[in-house]
Design a protein around this ligand. Sequence first.
Ligand code: F6P
Length: 541
Amino acid sequence: MDVTSLPEWQILEARAAVVRGRRVADLFQIDPQRAQKYSLSLPGMLLDFSKNLIDEPDLAALLALADACDLADWRDKLFSGAPINATEGRPVLHTALREQAPGSAGDAVSTRVSAELAQVRSFVSRLRSGGVSGYSCKKFTRLVCLGIGGSNLGPQMVVEALAQPGPVTVDFVSNLDGVELASALAQADPETTLFVVSSKTFTTAETLTNAESVLRWYAGRASREQVLSKHFVGITANTEKAKAFGIAPEHIFSFGDWVGGRFSLWSSIGLPIAAALGFEAFERLLAGAAVMDRHFREAPLARNAPVLMGLISLWNCSFLGYPAHAILPYNQKLHLLPAYLQQADMESNGKSVTRDGSAAHYRTGPLIWGQLGINGQHAFYQYLHQGTEVVPADFIGTVEADHELPGHHQRLLCNMLAQARALMTGVSVEEVRRDLHARGLGREQVDALAPFKVHTGNRPSTTILLDRLEPESLGALIALYEHKIFVQGVILQIYSFDQWGVELGKGLAAELEQRFAGADFDGLDASTKQLAEYLRANGGN
Ligand code: F6P
C-alpha cells in the first residue's frame, strides 16, 4: 500500500499547507481549554502537547490515518508475538519482558522470561551481598560492562539516571577507541572487578576487541582459564558464541532473539542495572514500563500517550516538513537520554524503503538529537530560536529535585518553561521596537537593531513532567518513547525493528583491516585510498 495514496494522507497534506500560516499562540486565544485538552495525565507524569501546531480537525485527521493504517491491529500483533520484524523473520517481544500478567505472547515466552529473570535475580543478589568472588577469592566490588549500541546505551542511561551508592560500582565501556577501556582499567582492581560482556550476537567487533584486551590485561596475574571462568559474565542471545569465547556456562545470561538490541534493557541485558541499583529497583523499572504498555493497549487512541506522540511527530516531520527533533532533558541524571533515544528512534525509523520493498517518497523518521536543555541553552538554542529550520522539541523535567541544594531546581524548571514558551510565542518586530523605544533608544538605533531581535516563534514543543525520577517513572518514560516510535513506523509503512543500514559499514571496515594487513589499497575509491595510504605511511594502522 502506498500510504500517500490514502485519502486520509491527502487530507493531512492539504491541512498542513493551511496550517503553516497559523500561529499556536492564537490557538490558545481561541480555545481557553487548549492546555487541558491537549494534555494527558498518567500515573506519575503529565504530558502537555498543546504547544504543537495542531488543532482538533488535524488531530481527527491524524487519528483517521492511524485507523486507515490499521494501527490497532498492528499493536495487537506486537503484543501477541506475530512476526512483525519480517525482514529478520521474528516477533518483537520486549513488552513480554515486563508483562505483569504473563500470557499474551504465549506460555513458552513467559516461562523463558521468568527463568531468565530469576537467574539475574539470584546472581545479582549474591553479587551485591559479596557472594561472588574472583581468582583470589576477593569479592567483586566493581563491574565493567563491555557492550555497544543497544547492549550499552539503555543500561548505562538507566544506571546514570537512578544511581545510588551501593556495594558495587558499575562502569561502562563501549568505544573501540582504547582510551575508554584504558581509563576504566586504570581505575580497576583486577582481583575485585567483574567484566560483563553484553552482546546480543556476541559477534560485535567493538565489544569483542575490548573483551580480548581485558584478557590480555590479566596476563601474568591469573591464567586465561581463571579469568574467563571467574571474571567474565556474558549476556547474549547467542549462548553458543559466548561459550566458544570461553565464558563459564553458569555465567552466561541469555535472552530471546525476539528482543531487539535497542529494546533490550528489560532483558538480561539489564543485569548491570540490577547490579547497580538492586534487583528490586530493576523490577520497579519493569513495572513502570508495564503500566505504559497497559495504557498503550487499552486507552482509546485519542487519549493514548504513545499514539498522540507518534502522530504529532509524524505531523511535524512528514507533513509540516520539520526534519529534526530535539530531546531536551532538564535533569542532570537524564543526560544520556538523548543518546539513548537517538538509537531507539533513528535505528528504527531511519529508513527509506516501505514494507512492500518500494522507496518511500515521503519523509520518514526525524533526525533525533539533543542534550541537557540547560547546557543547550548556552550552545544550540540560538539555532532553535532563530535558525532557518524549525526543530520541534521535547522538554523533559521532574517536579521533585534529585538533590537538596536550595535555589537550583525552581530556577532550572523556570528555564525549561521559559524556553518552551519563547519558542512558541516568539517576539514580533512591533514588540521589539516598543521595547527598544522604552529603553530610550533613538529611531535610528531601533531601526538598526530591531531585525536581529525578532523571534519568529511558532516553534512546536511537547513538555513531559515526571513527578519524580524513580524506577517506575523512568520505565514508563522509556516505554512511552518505544511505543511512540512503533506508532510512527506503522503509519510510515516501514519495518521499525530491523537495522540493515548498519551492516554495510561493518563489512567495509573488516575488508579494510585485511587491506591494511596486506598494504593493498588498489581498487578502492581514490579518496579512501589516499587516506589509507596516508595512515599507513604515518603509522596510523
Ligand atoms: O549498531 C548496530 C547494532 O546491531 C545495534 O542494533 C545493536 O544494539 C548493536 O549493534 C550491538 O549489537 P550486539 O548487541 O549484537 O553486540
